[in-house]
Design a protein around this ligand. Structure first.
Ligand SMILES: Nc1nc2c(c(=O)[nH]1)N[C@H]1C(S)=C(S)[C@@H](COP(=O)(O)O)O[C@H]1N2
Ligand SMILES: [Mo]
Length: 401
């Protein structure tokens, strides 16, 4: 692959313009340079996202830009572990996907065959990176410093992986999946990431091979032309640019499956502790979480007048039970209204009417609860070596005048 990072580091001038202020030394910036504070990073069809890193490309969505029922493709966050394929390398008509390993019949399909031979389904599903919120862990942990926006809510169209596995058949020895995509490790040929899930999760009817997001083909940076969507589990299970699923007779040990990658300590540890690999467990279900998407933090409201606050709430394997809102640093909580769940893993809109009685500064906090009685904590929970699963409450600051 020739100079792979060039494709996304385009529009140098546009990138510099995106910071919203004159760039004093713009003439000295390297060609194609994307400023780290590009609040409106303009990278290959994305807009308004915050650049977390430029090699590989990682972009998060500010919470107030997640205020649509489904996240528009240009605002859908991007988590790349390696170098995304070039446009020229991803042709929908030439794409092949195969399933092999512990199956009765290894099979390969084109996208057209997937669309023709299986029942297409569209599901509204949340996709969240397990590292979302990593930035708030203390002591700090290395890795992409996500705040709140490594999450998106899409209407995903594709076919059930279970339906494909009915065609291939599964041998009794089938235990785990192993996912492969067409992107490359930063340092060369090997996969940047290859994760898998137990067979039970693979055949769960919400686990999809998706070619569509919100009724359009997937954006290139989100896995065009084919990706997995494994809802309720770390986003890393949802392989992009999917070319192969290898059915294995044991837990997969691919890139980012072992050590402390996408694993949590089996038992709570002191912040900063050294945790032996043997004491780490694979993250399966993601924790219950919510995000306030309107108003934007810093907004000015009229004192004494009612206004709507709204957001999204979602959960992993345990159903969402409710969302509460506080305007007084958590002293009093009131239940928000939750929209009906479209499916087991669908994000749900919450809404509440608030009134800020006196002029001044307020903080609005939101906390979601799940059916197992777990609730979002006020502060970052459970320090862990790679900073996963931070589901602390989201808060916004508002001024009443
Ligand atoms: N091929 C491939 N698939 C991948 C990744 C990747 O780097 N390469 N990143 C994973 C991670 S860690 C996450 S959180 C999700 C992010 O999906 P998105 O970039 O579409 O938001 O994709 C997953 N699938
Ligand atoms: Mo991720």
């Amino acid at each position: 692959m020739k100079n792979p990072s060039r494709r996304v580091l385009i529009k140098g001038a546009a990138g510099l313009a995106a910071v919203g202020a004159p760039v004093v030394h713009a003439a000295l910036a390297p060609a194609g340079f994307v400023p780290i504070l590009a609040a409106a990073a303009d990278i290959s069809g994305k807009s308004g996202l915050t650049l977390i890193s430029d090699r590989p490309i990682n972009l998060e969505t500010p919470p107030h830009l997640l205020d649509d029922d489904v996240t528009p493709a240009e605002r859908f966050f991007v988590r790349n572990n390696g170098l995304a394929p070039e446009t020229a390398e991803v042709s929908e008509s030439e794409w092949g996907f195969r399933i092999d390993g512990e199956v009765e019949r290894p099979l390969e399909w084109s996208i057209a065959e997937l669309q023709r031979d299986f029942e297409p389904v569209t599901l509204r599903l949340a996709l969240e990176c397990a590292g979302n919120g990593r930035k708030f862990h203390r002591p700090a942990v290395s890795g992409q410093q996500w705040t709140f926006g490594a999450v998106g809510f899409g209407d995903w169209t594709g076919v059930r992986l279970a339906d494909l596995l009915k065609k291939t058949g599964l041998k009794k020895s089938a235990v785990y999946t192993a996912h492969y995509g067409a992107d490359r490790h930063l340092s060369g040929g090997e996969p940047a990431i290859s994760r898998g899930v137990p067979i039970a999760k693979a055949i769960e009817p919400h686990t999809l091979l998706a070619w569509g997001l919100n009724g359009r083909p997937l954006p290139l940076l989100n896995g065009y032309p084919l990706r997995l969507i494994v809802p309720g589990w770390p986003g890393s299970c949802s392989q992009k640019w999917l070319t192969r699923i290898w059915i294995r007779d044991r837990e997969h040990d691919g890139e980012k499956m072992t050590g402390s990658d996408y694993r949590l300590p089996a038992h709570p540890v002191a912040p900063g502790a050294n945790v032996p690999d043997a004491n780490m467990r694979i993250i399966e279900s993601m924790p219950v979480k919510s995000l306030i998407t309107f108003p934007a933090t810093g907004a000015r409201m009229r004192a004494g007048e009612g206004f709507e606050i709204r957001g999204h709430a979602w959960s992993g394997e345990s159903a969402l039970a409710g969302v509460d809102i506080s305007t007084d640093f958590g002293a009093v909580w009131n239940a928000a209204t939750l929209a009906a769940a479209q499916n087991k893993y669908a994000p749900r809109r919450f809404r509440a009417t608030l009134r800020l009685a006196q002029p001044g500064y307020y903080e609005i906090w939101a906390r979601a609860r799940d059916a197992a009685g777990r609730m979002q904590p006020a502060a970052t929970p459970g320090w862990n070596p790679k900073g996963y699963c931070n589901n602390m409450q989201h808060r916004i600051g508002l001024f009443a005048a």
